[in-house]
Write a protein that binds this ligand. Structure first.
Ligand code: SF4
Length: 390
């Protein structure tokens, strides 16, 4: 599959750190099983949506069914994927029905090539779903991963898709507003950012265009931030290292002990440093494994545990003795919640076991003020309240 240098999924990087695009150009993509799993989920979603939303003759239906059967043999396919993709498809259908309710000749496009090169040299991407009805253009993006929540708000990726769709269709349809939706079914998350087309175009001219000119030329300033998370050079980028080392130059003042205000600031720094340290470590291990030794460091064998190479033979040997099976076989054990949910699918899991799933209160954990969870009372405050009530 051809990728644009200034792809929409990397837009947060090249908008905030323009030279990052050319810097990563020659770094090969690290194959990740999450990416492969996402590709399978997208293929499944497309088949289901085409089956339900487009007019297919019997030959096309047969071809889609055959593709579906093929996906079922993929090792990433299972009840969890089936259900998550089904939920996504149902949510898309609701959006399609809403579009059709606004206008009977609503346009529904799947896996649409979206060209936003009016603002970004050679910029294009693929929109999972594009709907156009009654002055509203909506782009919908499936995020199959569940490791990092992704919101549509202020997210340049769906905005660029929105621009590409507008560029492709505004000569045919009058478009006043753009809805940008991200559906992340495994996190039960749906978010939609809405922008009047004038605001989206203003953002494209004032933010995207100048950054894209620099990025395409490999110019501009390196700038580290949250967008480094998915950058291919995050482990050996000097700008990111400089930024993190700046954090270490924290100025300690008198008196000898830091106050809680200072501790709060340092906690932010340690979070940032932990993430960076892990990225540097991964990069260094990767280099050493490729035969590029890191000065002052060496590869050694890590710890390993003994294992039984042939379990059946071991069981047979133990059964041949006088020992009771309780001496060498584990009693039957229920799988963990995550594994059960994966094997049964969310709905089946909830229907069969929902009654017995309990969630005890979590251990108190420090989180930044911006965290969406409500603040807990401190233990001291809880006791103080009890005293007062007594
Ligand atoms: S790691 Fe961050 S600062 Fe470095 S090139 Fe990538 S995006 Fe830019």
């Amino acid at each position: 599959m051809k990728h644009a240098l200034l792809g929409a999924s990397k837009a947060a990087q090249w908008i905030n750190c323009p030279p990052s695009a050319r810097l990563q150009e020659s770094v090969p993509e690290d194959p990740s099983e999450y990416a492969e799993e996402g590709t399978v989920a997208h293929a499944l979603a497309e088949i289901k949506l085409r089956r339900r939303l487009t007019l297919c003759d019997s030959k096309q239906r047969k071809a889609l069914d055959a593709e579906y059967e093929k996906i079922k043999t993929n090792p990433f396919y299972g009840p969890e994927m089936e259900q998550a993709v089904q939920e996504y498809v149902e949510l898309v259908e609701i959006r399609v029905m809403a579009a059709k309710a606004r206008s009977s000749d609503a346009v529904v496009l799947l896996e649409e090539h979206l060209d936003y090169s009016d603002w970004v040299e050679e910029g294009f991407g693929t929109g999972d779903v594009v709907l156009i009805a009654d002055g509203v253009l909506e782009v919908i993006d499936l995020k199959y991963g569940k490791g990092v929540p992704v919101s549509a708000y202020n997210n340049p990726q769906p905005r660029l898709y929105g621009l590409g769709a507008w560029a492709g269709y505004n000569y045919l349809y009058s478009i006043d507003e753009v809805y940008m939706t991200i559906i992340q079914p495994r996190l039960d998350s749906v978010s939609t950012d809405i922008m009047p087309i004038a605001d989206l175009l203003e953002w494209a001219e004032s933010v995207v265009k100048p950054a894209a000119v620099l990025a395409f030329a490999g110019e501009g300033d390196y700038c580290a931030g949250d967008h480094c998370r998915w950058c291919k050079v995050k482990g050996n980028c000097r700008a990111r290292a400089d930024e993190n080392m700046k954090a270490l130059a924290y100025e300690f003042k008198d008196p000898a002990l830091m106050d809680l205000e200072e501790i709060g600031s340092i906690l932010f720094i340690t979070e940032q440093l932990k993430v960076w340290a892990k990225d540097v470590e991964d990069y260094a291990s990767g280099q050493a494994m490729k035969g590029n030794p890191i000065p002052q460091w060496k590869l050694v064998e890590g710890r390993s545990n003994r294992s039984i190479s042939d379990k059946d033979a071991a069981i047979a040997a133990l059964r041949a003795t006088e020992l009771g099976t309780d001496k060498f076989l584990k009693p039957e054990e229920l799988l963990g919640i995550g594994e059960l949910e994966k094997r049964l699918g969310k709905k089946e899991f909830a229907a069969l076991l929902g009654t017995w799933i309990v969630k005890p209160p979590g251990k108190p954990t420090l989180a930044p003020e911006t965290d969406t969870r409500p603040a807990m009372n401190s233990v001291e405050n809880d006791f103080a309240n009890t005293d007062m009530e007594d």
